[in-house]
Design a protein around this ligand. Structure first.
Ligand code: PFF
Length: 454
């Protein structure tokens, strides 16, 4: 059977941007910006995206588009008989581990979306502590989070089973633009609140004194996670690009949209947080405790408006999580289909079962299994830290080393410039190659070492 392709450049960019835009943009970026020096942090983020993340993104894209295979087969095809294929194998597993815990949070967003439909966040009488208690009670319970984790995984599997064009492409083509529109709606609402100015200052006031070494490392780490790098997702999606597609432009558009969305999310969330007079925090607390409180405290003056904003917000989170998680599942499915010659349905069912099971353990690690301690914390924390602090960085390092040092320079140039036909790419090739050979590997080793030892 012929391998599928993305129908057009736009749909390829929507799928890649859908993978990149996810929970990371909504619950980590806005907080990190405020904590680490506002505009100064955004500057470092942009510089590291250009010098580090785009080269990694392009390295994965070059390997994927050149071979039209998923990670394992791609490495084997480009370096036959070498040990590189095992790194391809490693990157098949990383997104599946991420998917397991990501799906648990995806499940929480379904619960909150459904609650918002019943206008559960419009009651101004519910205090912030009560919202925290409700969230705590929910995630530590056994069955409900498991139910939603299962539903989230099923939605994922369904979209992936339909294939690249009928499933992933059709879904992301609609949802990715919708995500922007919905977030802009929330941003306008949030900026119109009295006291919103403090949130804008929090995000924008450049404070270079806060830009410490560890702040810079956080900026780089966040840029990695946000662009879904080092796990083979981008490689797999790039393997569905048409042969004459321009990897540089898909990379720049994806990275640009990802940053733009993170900024809009920041201006949607922080002004509302400050308008409500709350100290901002990061992580699940921001989305599932602080924001419900904000919605309900605004319910006092305009219950219908705040109820609708809550619905819009939680559906945005759900879509953002889904467009990212399907890229994780697809990476594993593509491997089984390409290398094991398995049917798509069978491959999806097998991986669904594995990820669902690990996700069950992650979900229970907030409740009945909370005493099971692994390096880094609970089972959930372990999976999160293992993947975002180590496996993603390690995978990224191997990808740039492969393209910079193992692949023939002529082949890399050929793929980057489409045989020399893309003039702008030809001019930029020297700069790109320098970044891939020297700048990116050294920077990644520094990040990796600091994650290990700091
Ligand atoms: N980029 C996604 C986010 O910002 O939420 C997370 C992600 C997606 C990580 C896909 C890894 C991955 F393979």
């Amino acid at each position: 059977m012929a391998r599928e392709n993305f129908g057009s450049r736009t749909t390829a960019i929507m799928a890649m941007a859908g993978s990149a835009i996810g929970l990371g943009n909504i619950w980590r970026f806005p907080y990190m910006v405020g904590q680490n020096g506002g505009a100064a942090f955004i500057l470092v983020y942009i510089v590291s995206a250009i010098l580090l993340c785009i080269p990694i993104f392009l390295s994965e894209s070059i390997i994927g588009k050149r071979t039209q295979l998923s990670t394992f087969g791609a490495m084997e095809k480009l370096a036959p008989g070498s040990g590189w294929k095992w790194m391809g194998f490693l990157t098949v597993f990383t997104p599946l581990i991420i998917l397991s815990y990501y799906s648990v949070v995806g499940g929480w967003s379904i619960e909150y979306f459904i609650k918002s439909l019943g206008f559960a966040f419009s009651d101004p009488a519910v205090s912030r502590t009560e919202h925290s208690a409700i969230f705590g009670g929910f995630i530590t319970s056994t069955w409900k989070p498991l139910l939603w984790h299962t539903v989230f995984m099923l939605l994922n599997a369904l979209l992936v089973v339909f294939g690249v064009q009928k499933g992933i492409e059709k879904f992301t083509k609609v949802t990715t633009p919708v995500l922007f529109v919905l977030m802009v709606v929330i941003m306008i609402y949030s900026l119109s609140l009295p006291g919103a100015r403090a949130g804008v200052d929090y995000l924008l006031k450049p404070d270079f004194s806060k830009l410490t070494g560890s702040a810079m490392l956080s900026a780089m780490g966040q840029a990695f996670f946000s662009l879904s790098l080092g796990v083979g997702c981008i490689l797999t999606y790039a393997s569905y690009l048409k042969k004459d597609e321009n990897v540089l432009s898909t990379g720049l558009f994806t990275a640009g949209f990802d940053l733009f969305f993170a900024l809009i999310a920041g201006f949607a969330i922080m002004p509302a947080v400050f308008a409500a007079g709350i100290e901002p925090g990061a992580g699940p607390g921001l989305i599932f405790e602080t924001l419900p409180y904000i919605f309900s405290s605004m319910g006092q003056s305009a219950p219908v408006v705040s109820g609708i904003v809550a619905i819009v917000f939680f559906i945005t989170i759900l879509f953002a999580a889904l467009t990212s998680s399907i890229s994780m599942l697809e990476t594993g499915v593509a491997y089984l289909v390409d290398e094991r010659k398995m049917g798509r349905v069978k491959a999806t069912v097998i991986l669904f079962a594995g990820c669902w099971l690990l996700g069950v353990l992650c979900s229970l690690s907030f409740g009945p299994l909370r005493d099971v301690q692994l390096p880094g914390g609970t089972i959930f924390d372990f999976c999160d830290k293992l993947t975002s602090n180590f496996l993603m960085t390690f995978g990224s390092l191997l990808f740039v080393l492969f393209v910079g040092w193992k692949m023939k320079k002529a082949d890399v140039r050929d793929e980057f410039t489409n045989g020399g036909s893309l003039k702008a790419n030809s001019r930029l090739f020297g700069f790109f190659y320098f970044l891939v050979r020297w700048v990116a590997p050294i920077a990644i080793i520094v990040i990796f070492a600091s994650n290990l030892f700091l």
